[in-house]
Design a protein around this ligand. Sequence first.
Ligand code: KPL
Length: 304
Amino acid sequence: MTPWLVVGSGALGSLMAVGLQRTGQQVQLKARADSAAAPQLQIHANQHNYEFPVYTSWPAQPVRVFAAIKAYQVAPLLNELRARPLAPGSELILSYNGMLDDEASLIPSAALHWVTTHGAFRQVGDNGQELVHAGQGESWLGWANPAVSGAAGLPADLLRTLATALPPLVAEPDMVLRRWHKLAVNCLINPLTVIHQCRNGELLNLPLTDLMQQLAAEISQLAAQRGVVLPAAGIVAQARQVAQKTAANWSSMLSDVRNQRPTEIDYLNGFIARGCQQAGYAAPANEQLWQQVKKLTKDFSRLR
Ligand code: KPL
């Protein structure tokens, strides 16, 4: 059995690490090479303690890397792996919110993307770090590079293992479209939870319909310009559905803000505003949320 190496000990990485270990997989965690990480990490979830060995270096043997990281950690991770490639037979699964401007040149064509609408957060409880799976969502797995996705199916064992660890999971032939859907949902939910300091579900009780429609129209326009069909009405409906399903969750962006960590706003509404500007049209709603969250968090990168 090929062991798993989970990169990123945030809520979703922890959720997957727990799910994999619970279903009999061998799971290790990867900490940054320059970090003073303890050799073991305990995650408390569902009244159980799950213990994981923590490594700071990459293994020489084949591994299944599940990297649930922040968008700004993608380039550093991939640069590290370019300098120190994984052993042949390894797999690399990337999961992060938003999109990077230079993905085409950055993401290896053999990498996979995992997209999810599960909601989870971590809190300090009686047993130390507690993981709360606050919103049942669904996930999709597919090749990062559309040229590869047409050519080969997904490894069946990989799909089965991830689907068992955290169901439901769908094999996605069009990851570009799926990621645009997720980008759009995050653009509508995440910054608004920061501005209103609320759980995802509370957004549904606020008078945000006009703003959400405007955000969605701008996202839809940029998607169309990039050859992706994403109707604005569908974006709003999907964002509302995800907010409902993850009603009890604190969004990852609000958790970042509360923990004074940098947010992914540059890769969400910032990505849309920059893209629209480059294409020659304005995206005032996304621009406004981008600047508003940036202003709120302008000192956080220095605190990291
Ligand atoms: O992706 C999320 C996030 O918080 O980043 C959602 C699906 C909105 C769950 O909170």
